[in-house]
Write a protein that binds this ligand. Structure first.
Ligand code: NAD
Ligand code: UFG
Length: 339
């Protein structure tokens, strides 16, 4: 059974390809490598013994996307990861973000409809909830106006899926709303490869411990949280990858209850920035050099998932303990070294 994975050489995509192949699926990847490296395929092959099929092109190219589907008539389902994802960059480059994230989804959906591919899993984000009034957030928690063009592309893509599902009754679509993905494959063959100075907490932290960055800045300790630092739901990337396999199986087995569904994919646990630093130190025996600085603009105070629906409906539950996730991340950083 062949699954088409867009953005499959990226961080979450590559871990998902591994889980798909280890679950018996055949995979074909398309990626334009704008935020990933072709050597990721070596890592996937090393773990699974199978090199996935790969094509390099830009999914905003409608003709190239259509030609691809025309050549791959055996695709049974699509996982659409390909997107630009840097929140700050999206504020300064809104048109590039809207063009890339909306057009790539549109082209994939147009080709799916034309070539009769019925099943799609889409990468959404808990960013669609903004700062929710009630925590934890359930799937029924109202979405809020996005804080950034990036966040807005996720909300708009969800709306496209919802509207499409109303008319294309035999297309089956699932949006997974990820909380904060972290970690790396325990083999250290694949992991996160941020470009330039990382924006996200974990790559900045591991690069600081590795000596690439001087000091980690903790953005604010005056929030209304137990230790004053913001709280997030950090989900291991392998658990997240497995959620995609479960979602794909649900669609292929016809177990979905509606033809557009969306699920929170998190652990259900809120962890503060300082708690995460302490957990990293415990997991690795390494000291994190950090200082508290002012708040980062646009940060929300706290968010974590109610995962009841994913647990009961999908039959999926996060399982990797946080210390293991952090130890895997450090193993990956050590392998990368200072390069
Ligand atoms: P990533 O940048 O590592 O992977 C995305 C991949 O898509 C990259 O390999 C990139 O080269 C490719 N790509 C982008 N635009 C493309 C295009 N037009 N054509 C072909 N390939 C293209 O990012 P990731 O962290 O793996 O995220 C995967 C998905 O999950 C994205 O949709 C992202 O918005 C979403 N998401 C990520 C997070 C997170 O914190 N990492 C959280 C919530 C949602
Ligand atoms: N933080 C620091 N120092 C840093 C980086 C981050 O203190 O150097 C703090 C932030 O202030 C925040 C927490 O660490 O409190 C997590 O920050 P991240 O940047 O790692 O993650 P965010 O929750 O801000 O956002 C991430 C992705 C978004 C996605 C969102 C929900 O960047 O794309 O998770 O999935 F939408």
């Amino acid at each position: 059974m062949k699954v088409f994975v867009t953005g499959g050489t990226g961080y979450i995509g590559s871990h998902t390809v591994v889980e798909l192949q280890q679950s018996g699926f055949e995979v074909v990847i398309v990626d334009n490598l704008c935020n990933s490296n072709i050597q990721v395929l070596d890592g996937i092959e090393k773990i699974t013994g199978v090199r996935p099929e790969f094509e390099q092109f830009d999914l905003t190219d409608e003709k190239a996307t259509r030609d691809f589907f025309a050549r791959h008539r055996d695709i049974k389902a699509v996982i659409h990861f390909a997107a630009l994802k840097a929140v700050g960059e999206s504020v300064s480059m809104p048109l590039e973000y809207y063009k890339n994230n909306l057009n790539s989804l549109m082209n994939v959906l147009l080709s799916m409809r034309e070539f009769g591919v019925k099943n799609l899993v889409f990468s959404s984000s808990c960013t669609v909830y903004g700062q929710a009034d009630v925590l934890p957030v359930t799937e029924q928690t109202p979405r809020k106006q996005a804080e950034s063009p990036y966040g807005n592309t996720k909300a708009m893509c969800e709306d496209i899926l919802r509207d499409l599902a109303k008319v294309e009754k035999d297309m089956n679509l699932i949006a997974l709303r990820y909380f904060n993905p972290i970690g790396a494959h325990p083999s250290a063959c694949i992991g996160e490869l941020p470009n330039g100075v990382p924006n996200n907490l974990i790559p900045y932290l591991t690069q600081t411990v590795a000596g690439i960055r001087e000091q980690l800045s903790v953005f604010g300790n005056d929030y209304n949280t137990p230790d004053g630092t913001p709280v997030r739901d950090y989900i291991d990337v392998i658990d997240l990858a497995k959620a995609h396999v479960v979602a794909i199986r649900r669609l292929l087995d016809g177990k979905n209850k509606a033809n557009y569904e969306y699920f929170n994919i998190g652990t259900g646990n809120g962890v503060s920035v300082l708690e995460l630093i302490q957990a990293f130190e415990k997991a690795t025996g390494k000291k994190v050099n950090y200082k508290i600085v002012g708040r980062r603009a646009g940060d929300i105070e706290k968010v974590w998932a109610d995962t009841t629906v994913a647990n009961t409906e999908l039959g999926w539950k996060a399982g990797v303990p946080l210390v293991e996730t952090l130890a895997n991340t450090w193993r990956w950083q050590e392998k990368l070294g200072k390069g």
